[in-house]
Design a protein around this ligand. Structure first.
Ligand SMILES: Cc1ncc(C[n+]2csc(CCOP(=O)(O)OP(=O)(O)O)c2C)c(N)n1
Length: 638
């Protein structure tokens, strides 16, 4: 990293207004200080690093040129907005980022007037920006709207839907394409190849070199003028770029780390023209911090780390992560079944499918940030007799709901959904929580819906999904490490729609769906300590339900608690509906659903999120006591 002169300019910047008061010549120093501050902050909290480092100069340039927050600045995904937060009055709070009651790791409307649109999921910025640009025109405000979107995020369909619409509406929208030639993993697809061609093209290089050489030779007063020429800002790519075909005025590519390039271009874009503009900026992910530059994927999101060595803190658990167990099991299963193929949407590492890809490169497909396409692509594979496993985080699968309904469920195609990050995910907060999958999958006729109670169960569920070929099937599992339970060598196929009793009791029953089982067992132990005999059962299936198990639990206990780490409308709703339909509630059963609360739970440690939601061990005990009421008092008095 470059060294920074002694008087920190950053200390004088409480808001972008202060930045705009500085001389342009000082902005380089601001950028250098900003980079150091960012690395220091993230090293203490963990969080997204590489993307923020890559947009340091871009962030400085945008705030220096545009009149934020009056001009609206939208960061796609929002994971690269840390430097923006530092410059927009949140510098002091940066060491709280992603901690309970601290700053969000993404842009968030409730956090700052400088965050006009929140995100977490990708590829929304152009649509939102277009809406704002049209609103600005309708209300005669004449402010600018700038959407910054990465080349990875540009691989999603929604970005094209928005550009297509922008071309027609001809609204004044500035899209800055931040092209670092990286998604989390290396980018995939024709779009990334197209951008690479633009950047590596002889014309781009010769134009850049020539422009630099020319401006260097000019006297100061003329340099600015030269920079503002159409030729300089626009490059020589008139006509023919895909963006122009979509109705955008294309500018670039330009060096996104060179303020002498960025500032005049952005000023030009600000001061001239109308209609949508796309500024193609080339940056390096992790720029300026050696370890992050060397390994952009590993420094996309980091735990706390040592700034000097770059060494990241390791998780304490010795148990394998659910993700790893899923991936290793699938690799194992695929050895004996060549029809198994695996699909992910720009998350090979996050879903563990990088392991599958090493073992079976031709049977692994990273489709880019394109969850909708991933699902229908899998449906196509399934229709030809393949066994596609689509591994997508619960939260991102939301994007593909119509594809699940229309392309998979209605045609009853045996697509296997491996739903990672089910439940609270901690620091990434509500945009990334896996809350709704059980709720949105259960209503679909013919869909099998499973949840793994521990990593051994996950292994069995992968096996179950391999063997089951009668229609779509899903299994959900949480983020993080498993329970440390012994893993069977091989998974064994579960009987569809059959749960299991884990512990027999008489007074209360806890029917758990998924990985809350360990806390259910711990709560049962507490209840036994109070003299309340407690049954614990693992439902395994929300659909089809183990109706025998539900009936037995309902008929033989005074209280039945239904436990899941998901929003209401999921597993508990299935059981309640079944009980109501079949008269199991008619005899005074005290039934209590325990689900996520009806609010978006803010980021915090996963345990804290569970505690706040009453879904932890203590919450379960309390629920049983409340349900029992006087009857519990009698037991306690005896
Ligand atoms: C719909 C959706 N799918 C997946 C992700 C996970 N994700 C977060 S950032 C990212 C890569 C984005 O790449 P790019 O837009 O190029 O930004 P960069 O990190 O390279 O700056 C991915 C896949 C997401 N946020 N949203």
């Amino acid at each position: 990293m470059s060294s920074v002169p002694s008087t920190p300019l950053l200390d004088r910047i409480a808001s972008p207004e202060d930045l705009r008061r500085l001389a342009e010549a000082d902005l380089r120093q601001v950028a250098d200080e900003l980079r150091l501050d960012l690395v220091d902050a993230v090293s203490r909290t963990g969080g997204h690093l590489g993307a923020g480092l890559g947009v340091v100069e871009l962030t400085v340039a945008i705030h220096a040129v545009f009149d934020t927050p009056r001009d609206r600045l939208i960061w796609d995904v929002g994971h690269q907005a840390y430097p923006h937060k530092i410059l927009t009055g949140r510098r002091d709070a940066m060491r709280t980022v992603r901690q309970e009651n601290g700053l969000s790791g993404f842009a968030k409307r409730t956090e700052s007037e400088y965050d006009p649109f929140g995100a977490g999921h990708s590829s929304t910025s152009i649509s939102a920006g277009l809406g704002m640009a049209v609103a600005s025109e309708l209300s005669g405000k004449a402010n600018h709207v700038i959407a910054v979107i990465g080349d990875g995020a540009m691989s999603a369909g929604m970005a094209y839907e928005a550009m297509n619409n922008a071309g027609t509406l001809d609204a004044r929208l500035i899209v800055i394409l931040n092209d670092n030639d990286m998604s989390i993993a290396p980018p995939v697809g024709a779009m990334s190849a197209y951008l690479a061609r633009l950047v590596s093209g002889k014309t781009y290089r010769s134009f850049r070199d020539r422009a630099k050489a020319v401006t260097r030779r000019l006297p100061d007063f003329m340099r600015e003028g030269a920079r503002r020429t159409e030729e300089y800002t626009r490059g020589f790519f008139t006509g023919g770029t895909m963006f122009e075909e979509l109705g955008f005025y294309y500018v670039g590519p330009i060096d996104g780390h060179d303020l002498e390039h960025l500032l005049p271009v952005l000023k030009n874009v600000r001061d001239t023209g109308d209609g949508p503009v796309l500024v193609h900026v080339v940056t390096k992910k992790g720029k300026g911090y050696g370890p992050a530059e060397a390994s952009a994927d590993k420094y996309h999101g980091v735990s706390k780390f040592d700034v000097v060595t770059g060494t990241q803190a390791k998780a304490k658990s010795n148990a394998p992560s659910y993700t790893k167990v899923f991936a290793e099991t699938l690799v194992q299963e695929a050895r004996d079944d060549e029809k198994i193929v695996a699909i992910n949407a720009a998350m090979p590492d996050g879903t563990g499918l990088d392991l599958f890809g090493e073992a079976y490169p031709t049977r692994t497909f990273d489709v880019g940030i394109a969850e909708q396409h991933a699902v229908t692509f899998a449906a196509g594979l399934a229709s030809e007799g393949y066994k596609p496993f689509v591994a997508i985080y619960s939260t991102f699968l939301q994007r593909a709901y119509d594809q699940i309904v229309h392309d998979v469920a209605i045609q009853h195609l045996p697509v296997r959904f491996a739903i990672d990050r089910a439940g609270f995910v901690g620091a990434d907060g509500p945009t990334h929580a896996g809350s709704f999958d059980t709720g949105f999958l259960c209503p679909l006729p013919g869909m099998v819906v499973m949840a793994a109670a521990d990593e051994a169960e996950l292994r069995h569920m992968v096996r179950t999904a391999v063997v089951y070929d009668d229609g779509p099937i899903s299994f959900r599992y949480p983020r993080g490490n498993g329970t440390g339970i012994d893993l069977p060598e091989r998974g064994k196929a579960l009987e569809i729609g059959r749960g299991r009793i884990v512990k027999e009791g008489t007074k209360a029953a806890i029917l758990s769906f998924g990985a809350r089982l360990a806390d259910a067992m711990a709560a049962a132990e507490d209840l036994e300590g109070f003299g309340l005999s407690t049954t614990v059962a693992d439902a395994r299936f929300a659909k089809p339900l183990d109706t025998d198990l539900v009936r037995r639990l309902a008929q033989n206990h005074e209280v039945l608690v239904l436990l899941e780490e998901g929003a209401s409308g999921g597993f508990a709703a299935q059981v309640l509906e079944h009980c109501a339909r079949h008269g199991l509630l008619d005899h005074g059963l005290k039934i209590r659903p325990m689900t996520m609360p009806d609010r978006f739970v803010d980021h915090a440690a996963p345990d804290a999120m569970l505690r706040q939601s009453g879904l932890d061990r203590a919450g379960i005990v309390e629920t049983v006591f409340h349900a029992l009421g006087d009857s519990a008092k009698r037991v306690l008095q005896a």
